[in-house]
Structure formats: structure tokens, C-alpha cells
Design a protein around this ligand. Structure first.
Ligand code: CP
Ligand code: NVA
Length: 308
């Protein structure tokens, strides 16, 4: 049995902590792990656009001694022409791991079901677990730990980032506070899962409507685009719905004085975040973007070591 990473809680909290510590160690000594020596190849497939994910996986696989094979659905048989199962059966005989950015979570589950090598979700409509490893690493580096740290996530909480913040931060022993308008609040099943995890740590999971209520006393404030990939047709409607959810300086001042601002990027200044916040001294977005590289390298090393 191989391990896959399709959503944040496909690993345990202890395994998450192990991967984060390895990521911090790899940032200091980037070329020490050569799990893909050979070189072995890792397939990185994109059904949606990307800058950070594409670059960080390509660089990370090369750093680990391997060769990245970047594919997209438009120029491969995947996506209509050939099934996910048949694609998995072809790939797993030749590559060490499969990284896939796609729409439906069910596609990733199907790929994992038929793959004898690890499958990594590099963003689906439901989860963005690699991003959360990078965010948690950034929090751990900055505060020295994640336990007891309070994060507020403001904006579209019904999207992949909302789901992943809830579950991954709960697993890291953090307090999680969400602010989202009605209709864009997280799926009750995801909230329930986060609450189950939080119970083990004695931490809180709060869902609010007003950003002020979520942000108060937070050590981390995060947001994401109001219009995720695949939602472009709803853009005008969403801009209206979320108009009171821009993370401004006034809102950030309600947080703990030690607050840092995070955003997975790409960012839309003047919409989900004001320019003077994202480009201001409390913003750690460039560390966060760089940490995608280190966190994903640690994940790939960990998955390679857990092959049986
Ligand atoms: N944050 C993130 O996943 O960025 P890309 O869409 O550029 O990969
Ligand atoms: N929620 C965003 C994240 C982009 C990295 C999207 O899915 O488009």
C-alpha cells in the first residue's frame, strides 16, 4: 500500500508535524535528500492554470534528484479521451509519483485507486492541501510553533482554501475562525470534521458572518480570491456578495499586534485584500510562496519513504 495526499487529513497530525519539520530542515539544506536519484520521473499534471505549483514542483523534483514531467490535459489523452483509471495504469509503471491539479475531487480519488505510486492533490475544487503545508510551515517558522495560534480566514469559505484551512489548521492545534457571507460558508461536514479534530487539542472552530468577529485576537489573517478557477461566470455576482470582506488595514488592526497576513496567491488587490495590507510590513506572502517548494519537497520525500 502506498500513501496518497488527496486532502489535508490523509495524514495524521503527527505526520503533518513530521513533514513540516522536514520542510524547515530542507529549507536550510536544500540538496540533502535525493529520493528521486536515478533519476526517477514525477508526473505533474495540470487541468487548471498555475504559476507557483508548476514552478515549485518542477524545482522541488529536480532538487530531489529527479526529473519533472509537466503535462496538461489539453495536450495529453487525459480528460475525455482516456479514462483516469487507464491514465493511472500507464503512469504508475513509469513515474515515481503523480501530482495532479484538477476540478473534481472524485477524479483524484479515482487516480489514487488505480495508481501503485503516490498521488498528490495540487489543488482541486474541494481542497488545496499542499498550500496548507506551506502556510503552516510559514506560521511555524514565524511563531516557532503552530499550537494555540489563532487564524482567521476571511472571504469565500466554501472553496478549496476554506476547507483546507479548517481541517489542516485544526490538525496543527490551531484555533480557526472563519468569516464568510451566507451562502459562502463552509460545508457543515467540513466544519464537523474540523471540530472533531479540534476536540483532541482543546481548540476552537468558529464560523462568523462579520470579518470583525473572526479577526479579533487573531495571530494570522488569511484570505483568497473571491472567484476561484472554474467560477469565472459568477464574477460580477461574487464581487457584490463579498464587497464587505476586503481585508483592509482597519480590519487587520483588530487582530493581535503580532498578526501576519497570508494569501495563497494569485491576489486581486482592491478586492479580497487592500494593496497596503498585502504589500505592507505584516504580509508574509513571499515567504509563504517560497515555502511551497520546501513543504512539497518534504511531502514527496515522506511519501517516497512510506512506499511499501
Ligand atoms: N497558490 C497557488 O496554488 O498558486 P498557483 O495557482 O500559481 O499554482
Ligand atoms: N481558490 C483558488 C486558489 C488558487 C490557488 C482557486 O481555486 O482558484
Amino acid at each position: 500500500m502506498v500513501r496518497h495526499f488527496l486532502k489535508d487529513d490523509d495524514i495524521t497530525p503527527a505526520e503533518q508535524a513530521e513533514i513540516l519539520d522536514l520542510a524547515i530542515a530542507l529549507k536550510k539544506d536544500p540538496y540533502r535528500e535525493k529520493v528521486f536519484a536515478g533519476p526517477k520521473t514525477v508526473a505533474v499534471i495540470f487541468d487548471k492554470t498555475s504559476t507557483r505549483t508548476r514552478v515549485s514542483f518542477a524545482v522541488g523534483i529536480a532538487d530531489l534528484g529527479g526529473v519533472p514531467l509537466i503535462m496538461d490535459s489539453g495536450t495529453s489523452q487525459l480528460g475525455g479521451k482516456e479514462s483516469v483509471a487507464d491514465t493511472a495504469r500507464v503512469l504508475d509503471r513509469q513515474v515515481a509519483q503523480i501530482v495532479w491539479r484538477t476540478y473534481a475531487q472524485a477524479g483524484l480519488e479515482e487516480m489514487a485507486k488505480h495508481s501503485r505510486v503516490p498521488v498528490i492533490n495540487s489543488l482541486s475544487d474541494s481542497w488545496h492541501p499542499c498550500q496548507l503545508l506551506a502556510d503552516l510551515m510559514t506560521i511555524k517558522e514565524h511563531f516557532g510553533h503552530t499550537d494555540g495560534v489563532k487564524i482567521a480566514y476571511v472571504g469565500d469559505a466554501a472553496n478549496n482554501m476554506g476547507n483546507s484551512y479548517l481541517v489542516a489548521c485544526a490538525m496543527a492545534g490551531m484555533h480557526v475562525s472563519i468569516a464568510a457571507p451566507k451562502g459562502y460558508q463552509p460545508d457543515p461536514q467540513v466544519v464537523q470534521r474540523a471540530k472533531e479534530i479540534a476536540k483532541q487539542f482543546g481548540t476552537s472552530i468558529e464560523i462568523h458572518e462579520r470579518p470583525e468577529d473572526a479577526i479579533r485576537h487573531s495571530h494570522v489573517v488569511a484570505t483568497d480570491t473571491w472567484v476561484s478557477m472554474g467560477m469565472e461566470k459568477e464574477k460580477q455576482k461574487r464581487i457584490k456578495v463579498f464587497s464587505d470582506y476586503t481585508v483592509t488595514k482597519r480590519l487587520l488592526d483588530l487582530a493581535d499586534p503580532s498578526v501576519i497576513f497570508l494569501h495563497c496567491l494569485p491576489a486581486y488587490r482592491g478586492y479580497e485584500v487592500a494593496a497596503d495590507v498585502i504589500d505592507g510590513p505584516r504580509s508574509f506572502i513571499w515567504e509563504e510562496a517560497e515555502n511551497r517548494l520546501h513543504a512539497q519537497k518534504a511531502l514527496m520525500v515522506w511519501l517516497e519513504r512510506h512506499k511499501k
